[in-house]
Design a protein around this ligand. Structure first.
Ligand code: CO8
Length: 258
């Protein structure tokens, strides 16, 4: 597929950068953007040369939400279908075998906040703004916001954000645990790349097993979750990376993961 609404750059060091590039609508997610993101994340999931992904937006916005002009005329069944399209796409981001870092450069509203929540780690520019404005538009969050926000910031803060439709800045997002770090706007991508590079240097298989154990375990009871971790841990011992990682430690050198 030739991308029109997103840019996909694969760097030599195992880092891929996906940029949502629909600046005239502040990167609002219409069906075309969602389709392109789904194709991009299918490709990134399969590409063994990719170790870590950064997702960001072009211009002054990360994503200013689902496209309101596309949603305005929808009826119930179409609304359900559009919600499912967004959810299916975001699930590909959440389940991507590689870690995904959201570099939130500006507005992350509605579907934009929800997209950042489907990423593993959120970094914010000091100019970032987060919010779930849907109740002010007469709808609920529809791309996973009622579910992923509570799992990230707890139900009290998530309910306040959703019921008030309020917008919060980067400092408040940091305080409630919605983002890990805040950087000056011109430093954000450098810092995201630095973090991605650190991750990419570690064993790709161990990072990927860790991601699936964390994501699958957090949805279930503690006994099942521990079994998920045990399985992942056991599988690591069938990898070259485990042999190399431990051999390198014993030989007092840095590991060379393939
Ligand atoms: N959809 C479509 N177009 C948008 C969107 C959007 N979400 N956000 C911005 N735009 C467009 C504007 O219409 C404008 O276009 P034009 O130049 O043609 O008039 C352009 O982007 C620039 O926007 P503004 O002129 O408004 O820029 P400002 O700096 O004045 O304001 C804001 C920036 C505050 C971000 C403002 O644009 C805004 O409030 N946008 C809407 C934010 C919002 O409410 N987002 C949530 C949408 S609902 C949602 O995401 C639900 C997800 C689940 C859906 C499930 C469906 C079933």
């Amino acid at each position: 597929m030739d991308f029109v609404n997103i840019l996909l750059e694969k760097k030599d060091d195992g880092i891929a950068i996906v940029t949502i590039n629909r600046e005239k609508a502040l990167n609002a997610l219409n069906s075309d953007v969602l389709d392109e993101l789904a194709v991009a994340f299918d490709e990134l999931d399969k590409d063994d040369s990719v170790k870590c992904v950064i997702l960001t937006g072009a211009g002054r916005s990360f994503v200013a939400g689902a496209d309101i002009s596309e949603m305005a005329p929808l009826e119930a069944a179409q609304g359900y279908k559009f919600g499912k399209k967004g959810m299916d796409t975001f699930m590909k981001v959440e389940k991507c075998s590689k870690p995904v870092i959201a570099a939130v450069n500006g507005f992350a509203l509605g579907g934009g906040c929800e997209l950042s929540l489907s990423c593993d780690i959120r970094l914010a520019s000091s100019k970032a703004k987060f919010g779930q404005p849907e109740t002010g538009l007469g709808i609920t969050p529809g791309f996973g916001g009622t579910q992923r926000l509570i799992r990230t910031v707890g139900s009290g803060m998530a309910k306040e954000m959703i019921y008030t439709a309020g917008i919060i800045g980067a400092e408040e997002a940091l305080r409630i645990g919605l983002v890990n770090h805040i950087y000056e706007p011109d430093q954000l991508m450098d810092e995201a790349i630095k973090l991605a590079t650190t991750i990419a240097k570690n064993s790709a298989s161990a990072v990927q097993y860790s991601k699936s154990a964390i994501n699958n375990g957090v949805q279930t009871d503690i006994e099942t979750a521990m079994e998920i971790e045990r399985s992942a841990f056991g599988l690591c011992f069938a990898t070259e990376d485990q042999k190399e990682g431990m051999k390198a430690f014993l030989e007092k050198r840095s590991p060379e993961f393939k």
